[in-house]
Design a protein around this ligand. Structure first.
Ligand code: SAM
Length: 263
């Protein structure tokens, strides 16, 4: 079942997979690492087969791992048995997952976003925190959003931390990277409401009209949404802050907005 076994940390394939923790190596190769059986199976179930599947010595005992191995081989991917130490290095964790998959990155483009079937699409301006981005992709998947659009210089959705936080939803939601000018031009023909989020907005998010499909704009963790982006919106709303905190975490605020727009 297994094609080959690697036991040396200095093996070239091991080095290449470890290098995928760096953005440059991901950009050069167009690949990314997804850890854990749940995520790998999520990829396989959505027609994203790993190029490489690394698994530990115990994988044969797991029916799910056997399924992932069989499906990877059937799709032409390489299956490699590795030591626990190699799995730990590849995932940079003392307690690594039982399998690690190396997948081709899949980015969509703005013209792929068909307004209609999904009630909501989310655009994030200059999101910086990979945990926030992964959590938002997971939430967008859970709520049935049509896409997550990354506007301007954002963190990498295919970084290990972001992919981890998606819990497999990286394979389910189309992700688009674009710049402010192309986003503004594309937004001009959006048929539903375009709703921005600002701490200083007058309108409560529950009072806004969300004409479907709704396009929601969220701002950067430090700077918020700049005027060049909030000015593209039909309405800007705030989520009430009742205590001493001056803002919500970006991923939490995005979750609130997504469910306000889709309920
Ligand atoms: N200092 C930033 C500011 O002035 O906007 C705080 C940014 S906040 C941590 C990150 C993003 O989450 C904001 O740009 C906005 O999109 C959203 N957000 C957080 N709390 C919000 C609230 N109470 N109402 C509306 N949006 C909020």
């Amino acid at each position: 079942m297994t094609a080959r076994t690697i036991t040396s940390l200095s093996n070239d394939t091991v080095k290449a997979v470890r290098a995928l923790h760096m953005r440059k190596a991901r950009e050069d190769s167009g690949l990314f690492v997804a850890e854990g059986l749940k995520t790998v199976i999520e990829g396989l179930d959505t027609a994203h087969a790993p190029r490489i599947l690394m698994h530990g010595p115990d994988a044969a005992a797991s029916s799910m791992a056997s399924r992932a191995i069989t499906a990877t081989l059937a799709a032409g991917g390489e299956v490699i048995e590795v030591t626990h130490d190699i799995l730990a290095k590849v995932s940079r964790r003392d307690n690594p997952q039982a399998v690690v998959g190396v997948f081709p990155q899949m980015l969509a483009v703005l013209s792929d976003v068909v307004p209609g079937p999904a009630a909501c699409v989310v655009a994030l301006h200059r999101v910086r925190d990979p945990g926030n981005l992964g959590t938002i992709i997971r939430t967008a998947d859970a709520a049935g959003c049509g896409a997550v659009i990354l506007v301007g210089e954002c963190c990498d959705p295919f970084g290990v931390e972001a992919v981890r936080a998606t819990m497999g939803s990286i394979f389910a939601v189309p992700i688009i990277q674009t710049d402010e000018a192309d986003f503004a031009a594309w937004r001009a023909s959006w048929p539903g409401s375009v709703v921005g989020t600002l701490l200083e907005a007058e309108i409560d998010h529950r009072a806004a009209t969300y004409r479907r499909p709704t396009l929601i704009l969220m701002g950067n963790e430090q700077q918020g949404l700049p005027q060049e982006m909030s000015g593209l919106c039909d309405v800007n709303v705030k989520i009430p802050m009742r205590g001493r905190a001056d803002s919500l975490n970006l991923a939490v605020a995005t979750g609130v907005m997504i469910y306000a727009a889709t309920d």
